[in-house]
Design a protein around this ligand. Structure first.
Ligand SMILES: Cc1cc2nc3c(=O)[nH]c(=O)nc-3n(C[C@H](O)[C@H](O)[C@H](O)COP(=O)(O)O)c2cc1C
Length: 215
């Protein structure tokens, strides 16, 4: 029985796919991220660019999955509705955390930093590349607000579709990107016998300090 405690307790496996040794890690965590991210994307993992975004409202944390849309030395970018729960939390408390887990590689990356809005131009440039129906969907959704019936959302979608027929769909003023500017990375590689590798990079002015943690 799947709800059975013993059944759940017996679910475990060994992690055997690789290692993460200091001599093989990049000096810069964004370069190290790029290596792992590219491997995940090149092996066509389902939602390989998805990440769990954690934010806080006062002392209460919340988490949800969003898609990574770009990254470089300056940070990690995702797009969302600026009126959503996550956005309200970010505006009240900009500390955030991103978590990637690629089970097929037995790898996890945790990134902490400060979240801020990207420029209007950057959001508009990205919005313009989205499929038309996703653009319309962005207009139709007051993300995280109460919706009385599914039909209401579908009606809104059709109404907006009509409104912009034959026209370019403009970016909604309440929609755009955020960038998490990182100051802390942790790379986790599963190893046998729970002796996993954990390598942390901490920002130290213009450079990064690298450390190893007990698993
Ligand atoms: C695989 C996956 C990808 C998602 N990508 C996004 C995204 O890029 N942006 C977004 O706003 N929500 C995305 N969502 C939905 C969010 O998880 C969440 O439900 C929504 O943003 C509302 O969150 P909030 O109420 O905490 O603001 C995604 C969900 C999944 C499962």
């Amino acid at each position: 029985m799947h709800g059975d405690k013993k059944f759940i307790q017996n679910i475990r496996r060994d992690y055997i796919k690789g290692d993460l040794l200091e001599k093989n890690t990049a000096g810069n965590p964004v370069d190290q991220f790029r290596v792992w991210f590219n491997e995940a994307i090149e092996s066509r993992l389902v939602d390989g660019n998805s990440m769990t975004l954690c934010t806080v409202s006062g002392k209460r944390p919340s988490a949800r999955v969003v898609l990574l849309k770009s990254f470089d030395e300056s940070g990690f970018v995702f797009y969302t509705n600026y009126g959503s729960q996550k956005s309200k939390e970010i505006e009240s408390s900009p500390e955030g955390c991103l978590l990637f887990y690629w089970a097929e590689f037995e790898r996890q990356i945790r990134i902490n930093g400060i979240i801020q809005k990207v420029s209007r131009q950057e959001s508009a440039d990205y919005f313009a590349t989205r499929p038309r129906d996703s653009q319309i969907g962005a207009w139709a959704s007051s993300q995280s607000e109460l919706l009385s019936r599914r039909e209401e959302l579908e009606l809104l979608f059709e109404k907006i579709k009509k409104k912009y027929e034959g026209l370019e769909v403009p970016i909604p003023p309440f929609w755009g990107g955020y960038i998490l500017v990182p100051d802390h990375f942790e790379f986790w590689q599963g190893r046998p016998n729970r002796l996993h590798d954990r390598i942390v990079y901490e920002r130290n002015r213009e450079t990064w300090d690298k450390k190893r943690l007990f698993p």
